[in-house]
Ligand binder design. Structure first.
Ligand code: XMP
Length: 523
């Protein structure tokens, strides 16, 4: 079994839905990779795909600087599917024409399927009284195809986009103006499956079980009898790597878990209980709270705090790694979006907003080879294999937690007493989110400690204590986010519990800043 036998290449023209296309393809059991539209043609050839999907994008084919698909792809004699901008560039590059609609179309639309093409044959949500198949779809575009290229026939149309789908069945080139990857397009998955299985001839070997089996075999082959070190943070990615490597190489794996004193309530003990006691993974726990707090003493600037935490982490990790004299490999929880992002960074497409420190961002001079078994996987695939490897749902679907931990959630100087108070407040918030069944409805939630004091009153007494802020956001990609609209009775309950049960907090506020302009973390 070869999980990479049938591959799809997605050329990215910058759509917010590109990763969603990739996930739909993967969910259908077909491996795919995303390449930027301006990648050299030789790389496309070398990838050896069974089909190519051209994504949507924010540009207009009417602009002078329009991104173009490498023209050679149209002679590869493999199926091509263009979505939105992808379809428009097919039309304009192959001799058709595109025009501006005058008014952008954004939202639900009803498309009439025409022409009985292989891509849409017998796929419909309803049939009109005249006998036309209709599809409920999601549209988002400002331009539309006005003239089909020679050799193409009409495949779909709407009132506002009479040419909403085009096909050249001899050359197996298809274009859709609407977005089948968005769940609002009811038959979207069926359309992708038709393209992948029937038109490209792909099988569905890309499954969780096959990925695990292949990764285990690959890791065994890569490291042989050598020893591997892994920095375990308690987050999803490093935990799944630990579980996977444990299955693959058992006692050849040693995890290093640095407790920096900036973790959540009882987190250190939980990590040890799960991996060390329960699963029998070899874990070295380094209690380094004092060293971290020492380094943070007097530091108030967020970037300096991040750097101090990151550098000390590396120092401690190296000290521990050196003790494991025969280790030859370093395992990391790099996942596919990190790979795409750093490719973006190298072409200058990504901006540095905060210097993110990820556990495992270690120097090159460690002279260890890298083992990155999750490098090809999206987060939802990592979660799925985590569950299949026996990790609990609670652990696998945990909200993300930043590398510098509570260090960036205590504003200004970090002190142990602040961290202790914050941990308790955060624990109340998270447990209540779970008990109100709200935890999975928000993407990330936590409490922030504000080093200011506010007057309060309890019983007959006056209080003069610190303020905390609750933060909860909803987001798909963490690049933009909305503050979560949590019910008032829930917020009321959490705020009462925090002020009644935790000494040192006199006031609780709720953060209603979106991103942008706010970031998710406060520092
Ligand atoms: P921001 O605050 O940039 O956060 O809107 C976006 C997401 O990234 C997480 N985050 C970090 N993760 N190291 C990390 O590993 C960091 O330094 C860091 N800073 C922010 C944040 O929790 C959110 O999920």
């Amino acid at each position: 079994m070869d999980i990479h036998q049938d591959k799809i290449l997605i050329l990215d023209f910058g759509s917010q839905y590109t990763q969603l296309i990739a996930r739909r393809v993967r969910e259908a059991g077909v491996y795919c990779e995303i390449y930027p539209w301006d990648i050299e043609f030789s790389r496309i050839q070398a990838f050896d795909a069974k089909g190519i999907i051209l994504s949507g994008g924010p540009e207009s084919t009417l602009s002078d600087h329009r991104p173009l698909a490498p023209i050679e792809i149209f002679n590869l004699e493999i199926p091509i599917l263009g979505i939105c901008y992808g379809m428009q560039t097919i039309a304009s590059q192959l001799g058709g024409a595109v025009e501006n609609c005058g008014k952008s179309e954004f939202g639900f639309a009803k498309v009439r399927a025409r022409g009985h093409t292989e891509l849409l044959r017998d796929i419909q949500d309803e049939v009109t009284s005249e006998g036309y198949g209709m599809l409920d779809v999601w549209m988002s575009h400002g331009d539309r195809v006005s003239v089909m290229p020679p050799g193409f026939k009409l495949m779909a149309s709407t009132d506002s986009a009479p040419i909403a789908g085009i096909a050249n069945e001899d050359r197996q080139i298809y274009g859709l103006q609407f977005h089948p990857e968005v769940t609002h397009t009811v038959q979207g998955v069926t359309i992708y499956k038709r393209f992948l299985y029937d038109i490209c001839g792909c099988g569905s070997a890309w499954t969780s079980a096959n990925i695990i089996e292949t990764s285990i075999a690959n890791v065994r082959k890569q490291v042989g009898n050598d020893h591997v070190i892994l920095g375990l943070s308690g987050g999803v990615d490093s935990s799944v790597v630990a579980a996977l490597l444990h299955q693959a190489i058992g006692t050849q794996l040693t995890c290093i878990f640095v407790d920096n004193g900036l973790l959540r309530h009882q987190e250190g003990d939980q990590v040890m209980a799960l991996f060390d006691k329960n699963m029998g993974v070899k874990v070295i726990r380094v209690d380094a709270e004092e060293r971290f707090l020492g380094k943070l003493k007097g530091l108030t600037d967020p970037e300096l705090k991040r750097k101090a935490i990151g550098n000390l982490f590396i120092e401690i990790f190296e000290e521990e790694a050196e003790k494991l004299v025969d280790a030859k490999w370093l395992a990391q929880g790099t996942i596919y979006p990190d790979v795409i992002e750093s490719a973006g960074a190298s072409t200058g497409k990504a901006h540095l907003i905060k210097s993110h420190h990820n556990v495992g961002g270690l120097p090159d001079d460690m002279k260890l080879g890298l083992v990155e078994p999750l490098r090809e996987l999206f987060k939802d695939e990592v979660r799925k294999i985590g569950i299949d490897l026996g990790l609990s749902r609670e652990m696998v679907y945990r909200h993300p937690f930043p590398g510098p931990g509570l260090g960036v959630r205590i504003l200004g100087e970090v002190k142990k007493e602040f961290a202790d108070v914050l941990r308790l407040a955060d624990d109340i918030f998270i447990k209540e989110l779970r008990s109100y069944d709200l935890y999975d409805k928000v993407s990330q939630a936590f409490v922030v400690f504000l080093p200011i004091k506010s007057v309060g009153v309890t019983g007959d007494g006056r209080r003069y204590d610190h303020v905390v802020s609750l933060r909860a956001v909803e987001t798909i990609d963490f690049m933009t986010a909305r503050w979560a609209d949590l019910p008032y009775d829930f917020l009321d309950h959490v705020s009462r519990r925090i002020m009644n049960e935790i000494e040192g907090i006199s006031r609780v506020v709720y953060d209603i800043s979106g991103k942008p302009p706010g970031t998710i973390e406060w520092e």
